[in-house]
Design a protein around this ligand. Sequence first.
Ligand SMILES: Nc1ncnc2c1ncn2[C@@H]1O[C@H](COP(=O)(O)OP(=O)(O)O)[C@@H](O)[C@H]1O
Ligand SMILES: [Mg+2]
Length: 240
Amino acid sequence: MDNTAAPHDIDVRSIRVRYGRALALDGVSLVAERGKVTAVIGANGAGKSTLLKAVMGLVPVSDGSVHVQGRETTNLETKAIVAGGTALVPEGRRLFGDLTVEENLKVGGYRHRKSGESTLGEVLALFPELEPKLRIRAEHLSGGQQQMVAIGRALMSRPDILLLDEPCAGLAPIVVQRIAGLFGQIAESGTTVVLIEQNATVALDVSHHCYVLETGKVVLDGPSGELRNNDFVSHAYLGI
Ligand SMILES: Nc1ncnc2c1ncn2[C@@H]1O[C@H](COP(=O)(O)OP(=O)(O)O)[C@@H](O)[C@H]1O
Ligand SMILES: [Mg+2]
């Protein structure tokens, strides 16, 4: 083995995940590189959320392994995985509607001992539109602003790895552009980004590498620029 190469930040090796007798992931492998956006696209029910849940220790992995930054984390408690520097922005945002924006953001900072005004400042630099909303209850924000709070909350712990489960679902195209445009920026600042998207156009535009998941299996992966020109992807996912 070449021990001069840095390990992949995320290295999922041939995992299976079962819900009862149903096989939701059947031998899925994926790697994600530091400073890059890795996307996973696939239809509803393909297993995208299950893949992120497996990395977070939220569902049991029955075969294969998960490594994060060179350490095996297969079936570790979620708490330990979060403490190790991996954060998930779950599907559907899950904010505390009756807490203010600032309170929601600070909930995310607990992992980071020095988190506070300085990390809050970093998050607000990324989402300046939240600054005038800090004292407003999250339930009163627009969908796009709520998604910014959900992403900002995850970033408050200064994660090494950020997993996003369909962050653009249900948002207007102009808001999707604004939010999706930030993933590259977050990656460039040194965070490894794994982006789940049903909107393949958005996913391929903002990612470096992309995986296509179909009924629990990776059927294709490659540099996003190449996948955009791939006939199978064009027909099945881009509608062209
Ligand atoms: N908690 C669960 N119990 C049983 N089946 C589940 C559960 N969660 C997901 N599934 C099934 O596993 C498959 C993959 O689901 P999921 O990972 O949510 O897909 P995606 O995120 O791509 O829409 C689907 O067939 C779904 O119905
Ligand atoms: Mg899902």
